[in-house]
Design a protein around this ligand. Structure first.
Ligand SMILES: Cc1cc2nc3c(=O)[nH]c(=O)nc-3n(C[C@H](O)[C@H](O)[C@H](O)COP(=O)(O)OP(=O)(O)OC[C@H]3O[C@@H](n4cnc5c(N)ncnc54)[C@H](O)[C@@H]3O)c2cc1C
Length: 508
């Protein structure tokens, strides 16, 4: 059914200040920011679906949670309609691990200190869009954009299919929030696959997934149950193997989002063995932890998905008259859930750029800076955190050291700035500021080193030696302090890894 929220009062309006292509989180959030910062601005959102379906990307982390809760003003709604998240938890295995209780575990010891959420994105994104409508955006759906003509510094035109006909509107700005469709980047030839990072994913929503905190598991594995004070079930649990990881995200109401992401250089995805959902379950059931938790679970047949070559980016992020936000601008990797952090930064920057033009500021330097800083942020973020991480993420000792460093630096360099400076800090995406070079180089160094160690172990068939019966339980990350004890623990762990490598290579 067609929906037109806030239709114009005049018979026919075909000129807007901003047309937003795509009405999911990126589109709804950009509209909300623009309406708040520019009273009276005329915004049209074109969304091709009549109702947003469940979408992947349900876990927020601290920055996106801040953005949704405190910037978009949704804290009460989040607490009422979604789940409070309890950090990241990882489960490792090797040939000797037979049960859940034997798998090495990495994760928080206590409940986390800074809010984040597990979202049902179909409900959440609809709510963001609904509130953008209440704030004054015109929303037209279903409306599928079929053509865009850019004229930097002048009027842009957007043509879309709506019902049986097509319509063209003009606007000063176009915001591309079309997600993986990446309308502008593909049309203009800016879209590039990140061939250094050939990941793929399969996922579904499931019923009957065991509760990690159930009485059943506590009775079966009492000391395992008592080892952690936090709620395990509402964490993002990661059941992890060589070259792949899976997410286990509980949703309000009982369904659980479970999916696998893998590096296509390291993992051969089963091509036979039934439909995709069946192969996904069979793949996971080889891991003893998944075997325990997923044994009675059933995936939703209508909601099984597959995507290859996940990582891509646009070589242009903005011009005078258009700006790309969220997945329409780039997608890096879902490990650590950075997708909605990227949305928080790119939508904030987009609103700032459009606001500057409306105040009459000269555009060329601002556009050049926008493109330079977002390209730098995306590239450094990728190299520091994700490049070749799948080589070592299945190794308990390497991954726990990397997690300690990655999270300490995320808290120190990104999260604490946001709590200190508020939403202005969202105008500075990670790694884009000057002076960040030493941190970037440090992160790139340990990330590269751990990948190299894992490659060597794989060659010598020595992977996973620490994956049984170890626990790395982190007491929690804090703000306004560098978590120095934890950071020092990271170095101590790294030193142990290097010593272990030295002994094992001299022994072989
Ligand atoms: C396997 C995987 C796991 C992930 N896990 C996480 C996670 O845990 N946490 C996290 O933060 N991120 C995660 N992400 C990333 C997250 O899913 C995305 O970053 C996020 O959903 C992007 O939102 P968006 O609004 O930019 O795009 P989308 O959610 O893709 O929305 C785009 C909208 O544009 C509309 N549209 C498209 N084409 C047109 C058109 N021609 N005309 C009109 N409308 C159009 C679509 O209908 C849609 O509503 C994950 C991604 C993957 C692939």
């Amino acid at each position: 059914m067609e929906a037109y929220i806030n239709p114009p009062q005049s018979d026919y309006m075909d000129f807007y200040d901003v047309v937003i292509m795509g009405g999911a989180l990126s589109g709804g959030a950009t509209a909300t920011l623009l309406l708040r910062q520019n009273p009276g601005i005329r915004i049209l959102i074109l969304e091709k679906s009549t109702k947003l379906s469940r979408r992947v990307g349900e876990a927020t982390v601290e920055v996106s949670a801040y953005f949704m809760g405190r910037v978009l003003g949704l804290t009460q709604y989040l607490n009422e309609s979604h789940l409070a998240k309890q950090g990241l938890r990882f489960w490792f295995t090797n040939g000797e691990v037979k049960t859940l209780a034997e798998a090495s575990e990495l994760g928080p010891l206590y409940q986390v200190r800074v809010p984040s959420y597990q979202l049902d994105r179909a409900a959440f994104d609809e709510e963001v869009l609904r509130r953008a409508g209440i704030a004054g955006a015109e929303i037209l759906r279903p409306a599928t954009v079929i053509d865009v003509q850019l004229q930097p510094g002048k009027e842009q035109t957007v043509t879309f299919r709506n019902g049986d006909g097509t319509r063209t509107v003009r606007s000063r700005w176009i915001v591309d929030a079309s997600g993986v469709a990446a309308i502008l980047a593909r049309k203009e030839g800016w879209w590039k696959s990140n061939t250094e990072h050939p990941t793929a994913a399969a996922w579904s929503r499931w019923k009957g997934v065991k509760d990690w905190d159930s009485r059943e598991l506590a009775d079966k594995y009492p000391s395992w149950s008592r080892a952690v004070y936090a709620t395990r079930n509402t964490a993002t649990n990661h059941v992890i193997g060589d070259g792949w990881w899976s997410w286990w995200i509980p949703l309000k109401g009982g369904d659980v989002s479970v999916g696998v992401v893998f590096d296509q250089r390291l993992v051969r995805w089963p091509q036979e063995g039934g439909k995709l959902g069946e192969r996904l379950k069979a793949f996971l059931m080889k891991h003893p932890v998944a075997r325990e938790i997923l044994v009675d679970a059933q995936f939703d047949e209508e909601d099984v998905h597959w995507r290859k070559n996940l990582a891509y980016y646009s070589t242009t992020f903005a011009g005078d008259g258009f700006v790309l936000v969220g997945d329409a601008a780039a997608f890096m990797d879902p490990f650590y859930s950075p997708g909605m952090d990227w949305i928080s930064f790119t939508t904030s920057r987009a609103a700032a750029l459009i606001g500057a033009q409306r105040r009459g500021e000269a555009m060329s330097a601002l556009v050049e800076r926008h493109n330079r800083e977002l390209a730098k942020s995306h590239r450094c973020w990728f190299e520091a955190v994700y490049k070749d991480k799948y080589e070592y993420m299945g190794e308990f000792d390497l991954m726990s050291t990397a997690l300690i460093f990655d999270l300490c630096l995320y808290y120190l360099g990104v999260v604490s700035r946001i709590f200190r400076y508020g939403e202005n800090a969202l105008l500075v995406p990670p790694f884009s500021a000057t002076g960040i070079g030493p941190i970037f180089r440090f992160m790139r160094t340990y990330n590269r080193r751990f990948a190299e160690i894992a490659r060597r172990r794989r060659k010598r068939r020595m992977l996973g030696k620490m994956n049984r019966a170890h626990r790395c339980l982190i007491p929690g990350f804090k703000l306004h302090s560098a978590n120095p004890k934890l950071f020092a623990q990271g170095f101590a762990r790294w030193a142990r890894v290097e010593l272990g490598e030295l002994f094992s290579s001299s022994a072989s």
